[in-house]
Structures are given as C-alpha cells and as structure tokens.
Design a protein around this ligand. Structure first.
Ligand code: CMP
Length: 139
C-alpha cells in the first residue's frame, strides 16, 4: 500500500542546489514521488510542535535553535513503504554510525554532526501525518 512521509533537508544544507538535485534524483530513482515541496524558515512554535517528543533531552535547545536558523526544504513523499525507504536513504541519526556503517546515505555524505545531521524523516505513519500537518499547515 502506498503511504506518505515528511522528508526534510535541514537549514545547513537546504540552500545547496547540488545537494537538492542529488537528493531529488535519488528520491525518484527509488520510485518515490514528490507530492509537494516547500522551502521556508520554520517558526519557533512550528519547531516546538514538530519536536515535542524530544523536549527535555540534552540536545533539545540546540535542535530548536539550529532548525530555526534558516530555510529548510520540506517534502511530502509518497510511495510503497516510503517511511522506511526514505529513512534508509538518509541513514542513522548519529554521524559516526552513518559514516562508518552506512556510507552511501545522505547523512553520511552531507551531515555535519549528530544535531546538524542534515535530514529528517518521519518514524511511523502517525508521526508522518502530524509532521506533514505541522510543516505544510494541514496540506
Ligand atoms: P531528526 O531526525 O530531525 O530527529 C530528532 C533530531 O534530534 C535528530 O534528527 C538530530 O538532529 C537530533 N538528535 C537526536 N539525537 C541526538 C543526539 N544524541 N545528540 C545530538 N542531537 C541529536
């Protein structure tokens, strides 16, 4: 069954046309469809809703600050098994794992640190619905 997910390129990378072209080509090569794209600077309240599950963690303040530091590029992606497929394309959250165990992933190639890891993907269908609502204003 086809489903949807929220894909994000984070502020440190979202202005880089080479990275955007590379990412969008990989999305299509894996048979996934880009349903909508939005390039914008998320507000603090959007980010607080987006990352509500992480409130209280040691990296939370840093995360909200860096994610609000510039434009992000958000995608609604659709396809068979899209949540898992997109997360496989971006790779693990932690940079050392991405670099050493998943070298072909976006986070390995373009990530800067555990927080500034360059990309985001929803973890499950409920998260995808909520995150699409937050970033696309109930698209
Ligand atoms: P993301 O997929 O956007 O979801 C939560 C974000 O929190 C994650 O990517 C990272 O940017 C950040 N994050 C998660 N774990 C850590 C960690 N251990 N140290 C620093 N930042 C983290």
């Amino acid at each position: 069954m086809k489903n949807r997910t929220l894909g994000l390129i984070k502020p440190q990378l979202a202005g880089n046309k080479t990275i955007i072209d590379n990412v969008e080509a990989e999305i299509r090569r894996h048979g996934l469809e880009i349903i909508a794209t939005k390039h914008f600077k998320p507000s603090k309240s959007q980010l607080e809703r987006f990352y509500a599950d992480h409130k209280g963690k040691f990296f939370y303040d840093r995360l909200i600050l860096t994610m609000g530091s510039g434009d992000v590029r958000a995608y609604i992606l659709e396809g068979e098994n899209v949540i898992t497929k997109w997360r496989e394309l971006i790779g693990p959250t932690k940079l050392y794992l991405a670099k050493y165990s998943h070298p072909d992933t976006f986070r390995s190639k373009f990530g800067l640190s555990d927080t500034r890891n360059g990309f985001h993907g929803s973890g499950n269908e409920n998260e995808a619905i909520n995150e699409i609502n937050v970033m696309f204003d109930k698209y």
